[in-house]
Ligand binder design. Structure first.
Ligand code: TRP
Length: 334
């Protein structure tokens, strides 16, 4: 089993990113290692330039995401954690795979249509985004791609392109399977429990950032909105606020939803909110410390990424060579 995950480099990370992302990557690492397989975690910085971006922000977001990946538990020795642009094969594979991808397929991609709509400048990169992604996956002879539901179509395209290439130029790629994990707790904004916790939208007071100081976290939970009634029960329809807090408690402590309900049976909202805040402070403290250490020692962080790049290069190089060779390119004399 070989697992490949692509992680977008983007702004401030939140508790929502922990629940739906970082936490799951660590679980993936353990599973891959446990089953004698390998897991690749790639910070997909080349994908970041398909929509408007600032160079300085890209640099910061890339280092920040990488630091969070390590800080929350990915291990450079047991997994391969690397930055996409460090492996030139990704850009090259995307170009070569363009020969096996049709304009019509790309034009049908829902994400392209959504992201292009109403934009003044739609880059060629945005159109080609799925080809770059196909290269990411195929270069590593990936068997399993854990991926969000919104990426289903891109994975289907990857499989189609791989099959077309194999038929046209000879067996080169492994056809990957998608895996659509039950998204764990989809953590909501503490002030607006009907929307996901995200830094780009919604009340900032309801957004717990990975880097928030303990007192800031406590204050955000203290002011979290609750619901009418006074029972601490998980009922997302009728009690979105309390249900969100129960889910956060479950994520922070590893307890089941039912255990949280049982423990707070008959307790008041005020004390519960305080306890959830405290649990999150405790959850994040070691991650924050490790994150700060890594950000203070950029050389160390980049060394860790270099370990990943070395392994990624060994894994992807032969596939890229095979692609050039089968397509009829004359190799340079060495
Ligand atoms: N497109 C993915 C997303 O938006 C990120 C990604 C890029 C990816 N390359 C990948 C995911 C390869 C899995 C495998 O989340």
């Amino acid at each position: 089993m070989r697992i490949f995950s692509g992680i977008r480099a983007s702004g401030d990370k939140t508790l929502g990113n922990y629940s739906g992302g970082f936490r799951q990557y660590v679980a993936t690492q353990e599973r891959a290692v446990g089953e004698g397989g390998e897991a690749f975690f790639c910070v997909v910085d080349l994908h970041s330039i398909t929509t408007p971006f600032e160079p300085e922000a890209l640099r910061e977001a890339t280092l920040s995401v990488a630091a969070w990946l390590f800080a929350t538990g990915l291990d450079p020795d047991r997994s391969t954690v690397f930055v996409q642009s460090h492996i030139r094969a990704h850009a090259e594979a995307a170009w070569l795979l363009g020969a096996a991808t049709s304009f019509g397929e790309l034009r049908r991609m829902t994400q392209f249509k959504e992201k292009a709509e109403g934009q003044e400048f739609v880059s060629a990169g945005l159109f080609n985004y799925p080809v770059l992604m196909a290269g990411d996956i195929l270069l590593y002879r990936t068997t399993v791609v854990p991926i969000g539901d919104d990426q289903r179509q891109h994975l289907e395209l990857t499989r189609d392109v791989a099959e077309r290439f194999n038929q046209r130029f000879g067996e080169t790629f492994v056809i990957p399977e998608g895996e659509f994990p039950e998204v764990g707790a989809r953590i909501k904004n503490l002030q607006e429990p009907d929307r996901l916790m995200s830094t780009t939208r919604g009340a900032p007071q309801g957004v717990v950032r990975m880097i928030d100081e303990p007192d800031v976290i406590r204050a955000k939970f203290k002011t979290a909105v609750t619901d009418s009634g006074r029972d601490i029960v998980h009922d997302p329809e009728a009690k979105p606020g309390i249900s969100n807090l129960i889910e956060i408690m479950a994520v922070a402590t590893g307890a089941e939803i039912g255990d949280v309900e049982a423990r707070y049976d008959g307790a008041g909202y005020g004390g519960f909110k305080q306890d959830v805040g405290e649990a999150v402070v405790e959850l994040l403290a070691p991650f924050q410390q490790r994150y700060r250490e890594l950000r203070a020692d950029e050389a160390e962080l980049r060394r860790m990424l270099a370990v990943g790049a070395e392994k990624a290069s060994v894994a992807s190089g032969p596939t890229l060579e095979a692609m050039y060779d089968r397509m009829g390119f004359v190799p340079p004399l060495r």
